[in-house]
Ligand binder design. Structure first.
Ligand code: GLC
Ligand code: CA
Length: 523
């Protein structure tokens, strides 16, 4: 008998997790002031549960000047008043747990707002407890080669490094190999103090009921780091050891998109596979005519597989690839994909090995609003952050406020998709997503760490068959029928269709894949 003492990845709840990402400003406005809030999310938990989602990631909801939508934190331990109080957030944790939903907060460890009291103290001329909390050179006229920095703003004799926007000074976790006197070593007291301060923030929220964190720019901590993230991974392994000791049920998902670093070396439970630099993920949904899921396109699944497989292999036995429908930084899949194309794309993403994350509104096919002016540092990301579309009512059910007071305008098109219009219609995207998630939960072979074997169809990159455990999944986004070669068809011959999208399960044929279809065969 084969050795089945496969080391399973802690925490165990991740093996059945399906996440839902919420941009809190835009989800549901319970008090009618035009902006989403904690009470609104709490009220909508039954809806989230009805999708089959059992975990949430909420974008940063902490006190902030909102120059980067909250990724510029001014107080890590205080909820942003526009969303409610800390107590409202604790109540959200509690209510979510009662309904079987875990909640990840967004931890921004690489930088703070320039208004954070730590930073203001670090800019003082006199040396103090926070002088080493950020990265400063030792002369007002000396910059940081190759890195963005700012001078001339504070009394301190130096310039400081930025991590992202101008409003986001970089916290100091040290340098992998310091070469200048002002560069701290990773194990210097000031770099260790930053690390401990971040652990303290994590303990604070975990002790109040959070279930873990999505970690912003997880690869950005140690400066001058190498391609493998050697320095930054060492910091995360230390933080992971703290979690294993004190909060073994907490989960960490990295925004790094470098699974070898984040999961294999850094101790993250998961790492997002992001749409970056025309990578494999990009070729699925967002590559114009060349997108794999475009019916009329020239998609090629090998462009995805060659990029995905090494990521998948890197995670084996250690953690998972986190697969997203979209996120708050990426154009939504629709309208570039039609709702029927999106059904197949989601069926694929929700059945690959890994832990899926559905971005709010993707389940109804909310559309990227390309024309919107920037809001809170969103720029081209703003069009992905508009209010959730609940119904045909006022502001599409998002808020009772006057339309001009909304955080962002709702989709103005007369046929804007809504939950209300799709609920109960088995052909809708919403009900299809529900059915896929239900099917996923019902099949142990679709667990994130169950076997995965892609079976390419020779000469036909427009479709793919893949094996998960004892299941065979066939996806054909193209408009034509695709014949399977004998060896693959033979493997499926004795099996029956357990689930399908775009074709009735009774009609699904294991030898010929119907146009625009997804079908799962098994015992
Ligand atoms: C991450 C966030 C993005 C933010 C940036 C800076 O990429 O997802 O929204 O602007 O980090 O914190
Ligand atoms: Ca509100």
């Amino acid at each position: 008998m084969s050795d089945v003492r496969k080391r399973s990845v802690s925490p165990a709840w991740l093996r059945d997790a399906v996440f839902y990402e919420i941009y809190p400003q835009s989800y549901y406005d319970a008090n009618g002031d035009g902006i989403g809030d904690f009470a609104g999310i709490t009220e909508k938990l039954p809806y989230i549960r009805s999708l089959g989602c059992n975990a949430l990631w909420i974008n940063p909801c902490f006190d902030s000047p909102f120059r980067d939508a909250g990724y510029d934190v001014r107080d890590y331990k205080r909820a942003a008043p526009r969303y409610g109080t800390n107590e409202d957030l604790y109540r959200l944790f509690e209510e979510a747990h009662r309904q079987g939903i875990r909640v990840l907060l967004d931890l921004v460890p690489g930088h703070t707002s320039e208004e954070h009291p730590w930073f203001l103290k670090s800019g003082e001329a006199e040396s103090n407890e926070f002088s080493g909390r950020y990265i400063w050179t030792d002369d007002w006229f000396k910059g940081i080669p190759g890195r963005p920095y700012v001078g001339g703003e504070y009394p301190r004799n130096g310039t400081y490094m930025l991590n992202f926007f101008k409003c986001q000074p970089a916290l100091n976790y040290g340098w992998l190999r310091p070469t200048e006197p002002w560069q701290s070593a990773m194990d210097s007291p000031e770099a260790l103090a930053t690390r401990e301060a971040m652990k303290d923030v994590m303990r604070f929220w975990l002790s109040h009921g959070a279930d873990g964190f999505r970690v912003d720019m997880a690869g950005s901590l140690v400066k001058g780091d190498d391609e493998q993230g050697t320095g930054t991974c060492a910091v995360w392994r230390d933080i992971r050891a703290m979690l294993d000791r004190e909060y073994p049920d907490a989960a960490l998902v990295a925004e790094w998109s470098h699974q070898q670093a984040a999961v294999a070396n850094g101790g993250f439970h998961m790492d997002f596979y992001l749409d970056q630099w025309d990578n494999g993920y990009h070729t699925l949904l967002r590559d114009g005519k060349s997108s794999f899921f475009r019916r009329d396109g020239q998609g090629d699944i090998r462009r995805f597989l060659s990029d995905f497989m090494p990521r998948y292999e890197a995670c084996k036995g250690k953690g998972y690839v986190a697969l997203i429908t979209c996120n708050h930084d990426t154009p939504r899949a629709c309208p570039a994909l039609t709702p029927d194309e999106a059904k197949l794309a989601y069926a694929f993403l929700l059945t690959l090995p890994g832990v899926p994350f559905i971005y709010y509104g993707d389940e109804i096919g909310m559309r990227y609003q390309a024309a919107l002016p920037t809001k809170e540092g969103g720029y081209t990301r703003t069009g992905t952050r508009t209010p959730m579309q609940w119904s045909g009512g006022k502001n599409l059910g998002f808020s009772q406020a006057a339309p001009e007071r909304l955080y962002l305008p709702v989709d103005p098109s007369p046929d804007a998709p809504t939950v209300e219009a799709q609920e109960g219609d088995p052909d809708s995207l919403l009900e299809t997503v529900r059915a896929i998630v239900r099917f996923r939960h019902s099949q142990p072979d679709l667990a994130p760490d169950a076997d995965f074997e892609p079976l390419e169809i020779p000469g036909e990159p427009r479709a793919l068959v893949y094996r998960r455990g004892g299941l065979y999944l066939c996806v054909n986004p193209s408009g034509k029928e695709i014949r399977l070669p004998k060896d693959i068809a033979g493997r499926l011959a004795s099996q029956s269709c357990l689930f399908a999208v775009g074709v009735r399960p009774e009609a699904a044929d294991a030898r010929r894949l119907a146009p625009q279809s997804f079908a799962v065969f098994g015992e």
